[in-house]
Write a protein that binds this ligand. Structure first.
Ligand code: C2E
Ligand code: MG
Ligand code: MG
Ligand code: MG
Length: 294
């Protein structure tokens, strides 16, 4: 038998999905992600985004985790690569519920959290009923569409090549949902999506952020990306900010928002309240802080 450490994430995912349930677990345990969704095992962790200027939390991104009965909490790299279309659709449906539950939870908690972000790809967008289902759910829960941010992975391919995906996205944006282009700089669909849909924000991929406080090449790329965003009047989020030095450099360069371990790792929903309380207290104690708990 192969050792766990010696195999890549995709292979690990396949082993967990296809081998371990049959080999080591009982028959009733889920084998596909759609089954895991039915069993209530697909949960969401939430990672905050903060405004570079005020330091305040602007929203949280939902990131899926598989609460596996024997393997513990598994990240997407262990099960998403090569995932079937039906699994994508089932996962997104349950993640949408988690995101809307979270917005309701924060509203009741007294903390003001403006937005929650849901990751989607061309696969979910290609599902004919997708936009109707999302908008119905928002309506049912009386949540304003602009509080739902869709993070679209640009590496999934040009959105315009699939008429259904195009139609779904257009419908959602016309209703007021926001669009962030994820992992900007790693794929080829972003400029296309900005031109066609007028995306609200780009999320600059971590590969451009790491070491930006010291690496001149990173700095040139970041300046160029920020200059482009300014000309196009779209906002920028830097992802994967791990150090205070990177944080400071990006703020000084004029990036709008930041996300990364330097602020917080993704966490279960209940922990966000403790995080918000602690974070707001910190921000409020800074010189020049304005009132409010945003
Ligand atoms: P992403 O949307 O670009 O999310 C950012 C990823 O980077 C997350 O990994 C997050 O945990 C990680 N991250 C955040 N800050 C830092 C940092 O400072 N340093 C480092 N090294 N990593 C950081 P995660 O949660 O493993 O998710 C990986 C990818 O899986 C996501 O990338 C997204 O593309 C996809 N994904 C996650 N949840 C969903 C989902 O519900 N639906 C879909 N379709 N895709 C999802
Ligand atoms: Mg994302
Ligand atoms: Mg990203
Ligand atoms: Mg990423």
């Amino acid at each position: 038998q192969k050792k766990m450490e010696s195999i890549g994430p995709a292979e690990l995912g396949r082993i967990i999905l296809l081998k371990s349930p049959r080999d080591h677990l009982t028959d009733e345990l889920p084998v596909t992600i759609a089954d895991a969704v039915k069993a209530g095992q697909m949960i969401a962790y939430f990672q905050p985004k903060v405004c570079c200027h005020s330091g305040r939390v602007t929203g949280f991104e939902a990131l899926t985790r598989w609460q596996h009965p024997t393997q513990g909490i598994l990240p997407p790299a262990n099960f998403m690569p090569g995932m079937a279309e039906a699994d994508h659709n089932a996962l997104t449906a349950t993640m949408l519920q988690h995101v809307l539950d979270a917005l309701t939870f924060w509203d009741k908690s007294g903390f003001h959290v403006e937005t929650a972000s849901l990751n989607i790809s061309n696969i979910e967008l290609g599902d004919p009923g997708f936009s109707d289902a999302v908008l119905q759910e928002l309506e049912k829960r009386q949540i304003a569409p602009h509080r739902l941010v869709l993070e679209l992975l640009e590496s999934m391919g040009p959105i315009n090549s699939d008429p259904l995906a195009h139609k779904n996205l257009k419908h959602l944006l016309e209703a007021g949902c926001r669009l962030d282009l994820d992992d900007f700089g790693t794929g080829y669909a972003s400029l296309d999506a900005i031109r066609t849909f007028g995306a609200h924000r780009i999320k600059i991929d971590r590969s451009y952020v790491t070491g930006c406080d010291v690496d001149a090449n990173q700095q040139r790329m970041l300046s160029a990306i920020l200059a482009m965003a300014e000309k196009l009047r779209i906002e920028t989020v830097a992802e994967g900010v791990e150090t205070q030095q990177e944080h400071a450099y990006l703020a000084q360069l004029g990036c709008d928002e930041l996300q990364g371990y330097a602020i917080a790792k993704p966490m279960p929903l209940e922990q966000t309240l403790e995080f918000l309380a602690r974070h707001n207290e910190q921000v409020d104690s800074l010189p020049g802080a304005t009132s409010g708990n945003l």
